[in-house]
Design a protein around this ligand. Sequence first.
Ligand SMILES: Cc1cc2nc3c(=O)[nH]c(=O)nc-3n(C[C@H](O)[C@H](O)[C@H](O)COP(=O)(O)OP(=O)(O)OC[C@H]3O[C@@H](n4cnc5c(N)ncnc54)[C@H](O)[C@@H]3O)c2cc1C
Length: 379
Amino acid sequence: MDALSYGSEHDQFRTTARRFIEKEIAPYHAQWEKDGVVSRELWRKAGQAGLLLTDIPAEYGGAGADFLTIGIMTEEMMRGMYTGPGFRVHSDIVARYILHYGSEEQKRKWLPQMASGETVGAIAMTEPGTGSDLQSVRTMAVRDGDDYVIAGQKTFITNGQHADLIIVICKTDTTAGAGAKGVSLILVEADRPGFSRGRNLEKIGLRAQDTSELFFEQVRVPVSNRLGDEGRGFAYLMQELPRERLLIGIGAVAAMEAVLGWTLDYTKQRKAFGKPIIDFQNSRFKLAEVKTEVKIARVFLDHCTALHMKGALDVPTAAMCKLWLTETYGRVVDTCLQLHGGYGYMWEYPVARAYADARVNRIFGGSSEIMKEIIGRSL
Ligand SMILES: Cc1cc2nc3c(=O)[nH]c(=O)nc-3n(C[C@H](O)[C@H](O)[C@H](O)COP(=O)(O)OP(=O)(O)OC[C@H]3O[C@@H](n4cnc5c(N)ncnc54)[C@H](O)[C@@H]3O)c2cc1C
């Protein structure tokens, strides 16, 4: 089994992240849940604190740290179930596409602005008519001289309300049979005429995170806004998706570890029939099962992280990672909520928020069924 190598720079990063979260996120998160969106100011403060684009090279404004910082940041956020800030999509997904497929000019222009929090990034794949079946997107980018003219609609887009820069998954070749080869990735700035945001969608979880509809009505962008080659968009998505699935796994394990900790604390102090809840054999057995599952989840996650860090995380293993860790998260949080009794159903208890937030992990980034399809194809 591969061991992850943590050093004092990781401890320092953890301390910075923890302090930042205590000061700039914890006091405001409940209000952001009511607002359905975090404050714009938070993005700039996170940028100033060096918490955005942590593993993007310093020459492009990132912190130049390694992938482990992403796990540390996630663990710190999950300690209080602070799922509002859409940092993962911005720093760990959108910025990676620009780093990997962008031109030198695109990287120099956008990455420093994203690292400082001046520019917020989003990625728009899903449409009202298609989610899992990405090849069927209907948003079109039609070439007109040195421009593309984009028309279509996206939905469920994380950071949709704040985003200044959106990677839009478009069809650049609509001829029958083009399929995946007709897909391209195009950067759209939110101040382009014809772009508009729809509703900030009301969700059952991730309540402080903005998730929106986006509309593109004949939005004209220069061809130089395309990321990489025309018609290669689907291949780029397939290359990046294993990492995105690993990121979701990281979130699931960090959340499970936090949920287990709260549940141990709660069952030790809450009494029924004259003794702490944890003293009932059923509670101990349930917690023993949960602890075992969380431990296995951590070991598997660390294995997948180590593979990723040496460029060896393949598509089926990343799918197993997302499938198993998010399904386990669902089971674990359900058991832990039960052990809290009625308090577990109260929003002020983080286990209640974890219960609501956990659910979407089995849907986005490729649903559990799609993960099984991917694993199945490798058999
Ligand atoms: C909170 C939230 C944030 C999101 N953020 C983003 C974002 O930032 N950017 C973005 O582009 N998208 C985002 N999404 C969208 C998300 O990725 C999609 O919802 C997801 O991919 C599923 O697509 P769908 O909703 O269209 O469901 P569908 O594809 O319609 O699936 C419906 C059901 O059918 C099942 N199904 C589909 N195909 C198969 C198959 N071949 N075999 C078996 N079962 C199948 C699915 O598993 C699912 O259970 C977000 C969604 C949510 C809820």
